[in-house]
Write a protein that binds this ligand. Structure first.
Ligand SMILES: Nc1ncnc2c1ncn2[C@@H]1O[C@H](COP(=O)(O)OP(=O)(O)OP(=O)(O)O)[C@@H](O)[C@H]1O
Length: 291
């Protein structure tokens, strides 16, 4: 039976000596492209590593395709394509060697698909991993992740360190691939323009806590960014303000788009993802959660 959520994370906790991934609850419906964002050290890789059962959790549960990600790891991983920050293959292997290995791991492995992705990405299949640039390695790893008909792609920093042309190429390919096959993608990034290009939803982690998981369009429709002086700020109904951030006497406020505010506001705009992140990280939260 198909479950409602492709990923269902409950009360997930992981403790390190100086960091806690704290009681994460996250449900991702089928067919979404979800961007995972957060500052350096927020817990993105920790969350992804837990989903892939690469590290041990301290509490909570992770269900993927409705099944426990530890008990059913082998079964689940047949349907997941993943790319983690470090290339997990020995550097003396080339794409041809990797193809042979993958054939024996994935029941749905498709040589033709892999070859066509390598061709599309211009990756020389006879070059060893150690001879490939970072961009080429990422493309190779992405081709591996996409060549066994996955239903879910989990990608940690797929575009990091890549030039804008290669980044764009990867994002376009991902978008086409997802549209054709209606799969789900969960990817972490620091590059917010990537999210504008392909993400349906944003999951935002800050200090090990999931601050929100929302459709990007909804966030940008429901909230506006106001920039104003202290004088104007004092005349705004505080109930209407979701986040306040003050720097050098200029107030940046995230407020609900249906709120009433004085008409002599200096700047009103739709918040970018960078604005939203900055306000959540640096600002004062006036209400509990995005709703
Ligand atoms: N094996 C470990 N032992 C101790 N602390 C760890 C370990 N792995 C990660 N951490 C800590 O957990 C925190 C979260 O790290 P994580 O890599 O998940 O962050 P991130 O959001 O992916 O950061 P970045 O964007 O910089 O990649 C950091 O403070 C990191 O130092």
């Amino acid at each position: 039976m198909k479950m409602n959520y492709i990923v269902d994370i409950s009360n997930l906790t992981k403790n390190y000596s100086n960091f806690k991934l704290d009681n994460i609850n996250l449900r991702i419906p089928y067919g979404r492209i979800v961007g995972l964002i957060g500052e350096n050290g927020a817990g993105k890789t920790t969350l992804i590593s837990l989903m892939l059962n690469q590290i041990k959790k301290d509490n909570g549960s992770i269900k993927i395709f409705g099944e426990d990600n530890i008990k059913e790891e082998n079964k689940i991983k047949q349907k997941i394509g993943f790319l983690v920050d470090e290339c997990c293959f020995h550097s003396c292997l080339n794409a041809k060697d990797i193809r042979k290995i993958m054939r024996s791991i994935y029941t749905q492995w498709n040589d033709a698909e892999f070859n066509s992705l390598l061709k599309h990405f211009n990756v020389d299949s006879s070059k060893k991993i150690s001879e490939l640039s970072k961009g080429m390695k990422n493309k190779l790893m992405l081709a591996v992740a996409m060549s066994h008909s996955p239903s879910l792609l989990i990608l940690d920093e797929v575009t990091s360190g890549l030039d804008p042309v290669v980044r764009d190429e990867i994002l376009l390919l991902l978008k086409d691939y997802v549209q054709q096959r209606q799969i789900t993608v969960f990817f972490s990034t620091h590059i917010t323009s990537d999210l504008d290009k392909i993400a349906d939803d944003l999951a935002f982690i800050h200090n090990g806590k999931l601050i929100f998981y929302e459709p990007l369009q909804k966030l940008q429709k429901d909230y506006i960014l106001l920039k104003c002086s202290k004088d104007v700020y004092q005349r705004i109904n505080k109930e209407d303000i979701f986040i306040t951030f003050c720097r050098e006497n200029e107030y940046s406020l995230l407020i609900r788009s249906d709120s009433r505010y004085p008409n002599n506001i200096d700047v009103i705009s739709t918040p970018t993802i960078d604005d939203i992140m900055l306000l959540f990280i640096k600002g004062d939260l006036m209400h509990d959660r995005v709703n």
